[in-house]
Design a protein. Structure first.
Length: 334
């Protein structure tokens, strides 16, 4: 009898407090308020779908937020403008994608057709609640001499990193950020470059410099034969230490937000400033020359994107692209 009265009392308390949720109803309510997130595979699919939507000139094919912020070549655009009009052919075999479930971003670099011409396109998408809230495009039309290096990515970019050599996401971001410190301060020791580090920019191999690559085949595309000299290959470290990049005064708008532990990739956007107030620079540790003369170079900015291949705590490969812009140009994100 006492148990019956207790059960009736508890039932009355529940009714007074309001309607009860069943277990399935409670789970549904939780799902309704939880933000949608994409895993690594879904982010890669989203990037492919976004590129296909650009070529189809149809923003409706991807989940764009109503208040999306979109920037192309440092200019704010709207869906339907920029690549949404000019993309004319799907990505080729040159494609490097970097998914980041932690930051809910995905970015990459591809070769595709833009206005009927081969173009190198950099991309970054940021999601919130399953919607794309930021989209960034960087579009470069490479010189014909560099197209041979843009047929397919260097195979190292596609290789997954074995667990024992894999760096954490935070470490990948930290190492990628250090690259900009090394360039900005003309100190190659500020970044952990591997001895086999190789950098390409807009399709041209720019490091190592001074001769053929140690591990990746022939010398740079269309490079003239160098006369005999005392300096052989300059690595990514020694090249920066020589002072050849002193014309870069500042690198700002550094945004390294996308990293993938599986493939050891980190992606960064940045904004290089070159006021060229000083035209000649002292070069160090180079018996073949002691001055870099840039008297004919006018001031300019270079909005850029880099993808870094990192394993074992070191930078092994760099694929970069950048555009020329007037000095002190806005970034488009102001």
């Amino acid at each position: 009898m006492k148990k019956t009265k207790l059960a009736l009392l508890l039932a009355g308390m529940v009714l007074a407090a309001g309607p009860a949720f069943t277990v399935p109803q409670a789970m549904a309510a939780t799902r309704a308020v939880a933000p949608a997130t994409l895993d690594r595979a879904q982010l890669l699919t989203l990037a492919d779908n976004y590129l296909a939507a650009l070529v189809a000139h149809d923003p409706g094919k991807v989940p764009l937020a109503a208040d999306i912020r979109m920037v192309e070549n440092v200019k704010r655009i709207k869906p339907g403008e920029g690549l949404w009009k000019s993309a004319s052919g799907a990505p080729t075999t040159f494609k490097i994608l970097v998914p980041d479930p932690y930051s809910q971003e995905v970015g990459g670099m591809v070769m595709m057709q833009v206005d009927g011409k081969p173009a190198q396109v950099g991309l970054r998408l940021k999601l919130a609640g399953g919607k794309i809230v930021e989209a960034e495009h960087l579009v470069v039309f490479p010189r014909e001499q560099s197209l041979a290096n843009l047929q397919a990515p260097r195979p190292q970019f596609a290789l997954p990193i074995p667990y024992e050599y894999r760096d954490s996401r935070g470490r990948l971001v930290h190492i990628a950020k250090s690259y900009y410190d090394a360039l900005d301060n003309n100190n190659g020791y500020l970044a952990p470059f591997a001895d086999d580090c190789e950098r390409h920019e807009n399709g041209f191999r720019t490091a190592p410099s001074g001769g053929p690559s140690l591990t990746h085949g022939p010398s740079p595309v269309a490079a003239a034969a160098r006369p005999p000299g005392l300096v052989g290959l300059q690595t990514c470290t020694t090249q920066i230490n020589s002072g050849v990049f002193q014309y870069i005064t500042t690198i700002d708008d550094r945004r390294v937000e996308v990293a993938d532990e599986v493939d050891g990739l980190a992606l960064g956007f940045s904004h290089f400033h070159h006021p060229m107030t000083q035209k000649k620079f002292k070069i160090f540790n180079n018996p073949d020359r002691d001055i870099s003369d840039m008297s004919n170079q006018k001031p300019f900015d270079m909005p850029a994107m880099h993808i870094f291949k990192i394993w074992g705590g070191q930078i092994h490969e760099i694929e970069a692209m950048g555009i020329m812009a007037p000095l002190d140009s806005p970034t488009g994100w102001e």
